[in-house]
Design a protein around this ligand. Structure first.
Ligand code: TYD
Ligand code: MG
Length: 367
């Protein structure tokens, strides 16, 4: 519901992800309502001013300083008394307390400790920017994890203009919120309809693809699941999942064999969640099994069908949270049929035919 006074927020991401752009937009927007200070250790004041100008914030009363010495930054903050302060980035600042170079583990840790203390004493909201290297390794963010109240990660494919902002830790609010943005000429812009984005470019004319809906924070998100089932040539078949839990896949396959009577024990099974999304919910169970069945039998599932539901060890289909809202999201995107748990089919929904199932075998038979 907003920034908590006195909290320390870390925003991480690889260089070029758009951290500085996002924070400049946030601060310039908030500058009307509160005193905001942007501390830059990476760009010159002129460069930031130019960027602000281009983003349409030339007249906003935002305070900027270019400084990398922690003691000098805190002195400036002491006299300005900002309510919100950004330090961009924690890898470029240094404190006199430590002799090692900026960016080193001890320097990052000690500098962050200074800012954390400042936030707690003065009630200032402090946002620290942290770079992650390609392999996700970098000292900074990992070292800071326990010190901060909230950790956000701005991620996106280098070749795509889309970015997701995700929380990995949040002491004062919901953890599973997801923000989706597009990097445009005029900075980052919120994508209001992420489902449409994740469904675009879908391969509609093949078997082994199916759409399910997951609950991301406070909203439903439609995503495409893909499966490839192929006769195994090795001694033990391969089971690989990208974007879903591998152990759960093994369990689901056993259920499919036993309760779905599908002899896939000698088949390699690959699962992929399109768009690089990660599914952590059990609500995708039924969709995972049906997309596997689709690939195994090489039968195409119509592109405007939606499937969700949790699958139990006895092949029973269990309800999931927010069932109605999930179906409604699918209706918005033109889906006409939904195979869902019977316990979720509690009310008639316009413009979609609901197939309510209680057993895995029923769903397979319907397919
Ligand atoms: P930046 O915020 O500097 O990334 P970070 O601070 O995470 O390293 O933004 C990097 C990229 O965003 C840069 O390659 C150019 C692009 N960009 C736009 O496409 N539009 C814009 O309006 C801005 C400011 C940047
Ligand atoms: Mg930057």
């Amino acid at each position: 519901g907003g920034f908590v006074p006195g909290s320390v927020i870390l925003i991480g991401g690889s260089p070029g992800a758009g951290k500085s752009t996002l924070l400049l937009q946030v601060l310039a927007t908030l500058a009307d309502k509160m005193t905001c200070l942007y501390v830059t250790g990476e760009e010159s004041l002129q460069q930031i001013a130019m960027r602000a100008d281009r983003l349409g914030f030339a007249k906003q009363p935002l305070h900027l300083i270019a400084q990398t010495r922690v003691e000098a930054i805190l002195q400036a903050a002491d006299s300005l008394k900002p309510q919100l302060m950004v330090v961009d980035s924690i890898q470029t600042v240094f404190t006199d307390d430590v002799s090692s170079a900026p960016g080193s583990v001890s320097q990052v840790r000690e500098s962050a400790a200074h800012f954390t203390r400042f936030a707690k004493i003065t009630g200032t909201i402090v946002i620290l920017v942290g770079h992650i290297t390609k392999d996700g390794a970098l000292a900074g963010p990992k070292v800071l994890e326990h010190m901060i109240d909230c950790s956000l990660m701005l991620e996106g494919d280098e070749n795509s203009r889309y970015r997701t902002l995700r929380s990995h830790k949040n002491r004062f609010g919901a953890l599973n919120e997801l923000g989706v943005f597009a990097m445009l000429e005029a900075g980052l812009k919120e994508v209001k309809n992420p489902s449409a984005l994740f469904l675009s470019g879908r391969s509609e004319d093949t078997s082994g693809t199916l759409v399910t809906v997951v609950w991301e924070g406070s909203r439903p998100l439609l995503i495409e699941l893909q499966a490839l089932v192929d006769e195994s040539v090795g001694e033990s078949p391969r089971r690989l999942s990208v974007g879903t839990d591998a152990q759960r896949l093994a369990m689901l396959l056993a259920v499919l064999h036993r309760h779905g009577k599908m002899p896939i024990y000698n088949q390699d099974v690959f699962i992929n969640v399109a768009g690089g999304m990660k599914i952590t919910e059990t609500s995708a169970d039924l969709a995972i099994l049906l997309v596997i069945a689709s690939s195994y039998q090489d039968k195409k599932i119509p592109a405007n069908w939606l499937v969700f539901g949790e699958v139990g060890l006895n092949g029973e289909i269990r309800p999931v949270a927010n069932g109605i809202e999930r179906v409604q999201e699918a209706v918005k995107h033109g889906f006409t049929k939904a195979i869902i748990p019977k316990a979720n089919a509690v009310k008639k929904i316009e413009n979609i035919e609901v197939i309510a199932v209680t057993k895995l075998a029923e769903a397979l038979e319907y397919l």
